[in-house]
Write a protein of this length. Structure first.
Ligand SMILES: C[S@@+](CC[C@H](N)C(=O)[O-])C[C@H]1O[C@@H](n2cnc3c(N)ncnc32)[C@H](O)[C@@H]1O
Length: 262
């Protein structure tokens, strides 16, 4: 069963969404109607959206790199800018690549790389059980999703074999979390946002250990902010990687890239 969008229903939905501050009220109304199987479900989805629940949590999915990624409540919503991390990683990947997606959240980055690259051996890791459950539905077989702290759950046989190591780790300074929009602050878990005092604590842990996992000539790519990029790059250089910064004004994305010595 599905609900059809009559002009009068559309008017009601758009009016409520707009009053709640949804900028793209028409688009959201169409998406909510297409996802609702019954009118009760439609009413409940609308109520949640009007109450400030992120659209992706209301729908249960987010569009990312042309894929429909399932996103459960209390799992980080993949951002449009993170497609830039995927693009940069795909451009550096060899034909047959061992890929690790650390801090995978919903698994969006790994799933998009699996979709873009022909042959990859993919491992995705997250510490949050809710994210791991979600990523297991998004990461295609034979990719593996592992639960644990950064590198801890990876098989040690991967040491020295990883061609592409990507991470969109939390990078918001602890004190700045309270300034984030309520959609993130209230509906995404703190573990997905909190990067410690300067926002870079998890990134530094990723970079410090990266050399022992990367293959000779393998690449580490971490999403960061434009402001934090010099410090992120410094951590890469300290870890012995040849380092540079890529950015996209179009999507407001910054990625630090480092290559291990051959
Ligand atoms: C900013 S979200 C990014 C999620 C996903 N990579 C994306 O781009 O949509 C950061 C993720 O890192 C995970 N995380 C935080 N600390 C971690 C740790 N020590 N080890 C593994 N995952 C961690 C969080 O649970 C969250 O899912």
């Amino acid at each position: 069963m599905s609900v059809s969008l009559s002009p009068s229903l559309e008017f009601v939905l758009v009016t409520r969404l707009r009053a709640a501050g949804c900028v793209f009220a028409e688009d959201e109304a169409r998406l909510i109607v297409s996802a609702a199987r019954t009118s009760d479900e439609l009413a409940s989805m609308l109520d949640r959206r009007v109450a400030g629940v992120p659209l992706e949590h209301v729908l249960g999915w987010a569009e990312f790199c042309g894929l429909r990624i399932e996103v459960d409540p209390q799992v980080f919503v993949p951002r449009r800018r993170t497609a830039f991390l995927v693009e940069q990683a795909a451009a550096l990947a060899p034909t047959t690549a061992v890929v690790v997606d650390l801090c995978c959240g919903s698994g969006a980055v790994g799933a998009a790389l699996a979709d873009t690259l022909d042959r990859i051996e993919l491992y995705a890791v997250d510490i949050d059980p809710a994210a791991v459950r979600c990523a297991r539905r998004n990461v295609p077989e034979p990719g593996r999703v592992l639960k644990g702290d950064l590198y801890a759950p990876l098989p040690t046989s991967l040491k020295g074999r990883v061609d592409i190591l990507v991470a969109n780790a939390p990078y918001v300074p602890t004190e700045a979390i309270r300034l984030m929009p309520p959609e993130a602050r209230l509906h995404e878990p703190r573990v997905s946002l909190d990067g410690g005092t300067d926002g870079l604590e998890i990134q530094r842990r990723v970079t410090t250990a990266a050399r022992s996992w990367l293959a000779p000539g393998g690449h580490l790519l971490i999403e960061t902010s434009e402001r934090q990029a010099p410090q992120t790059a410094e951590a890469f250089a300290d870890a012995g990687l040849t380092t540079w910064v890529e950015s996209s004004d179009e999507v407001g994305a910054t990625v630090v890239v480092g290559t291990a010595p051959r």
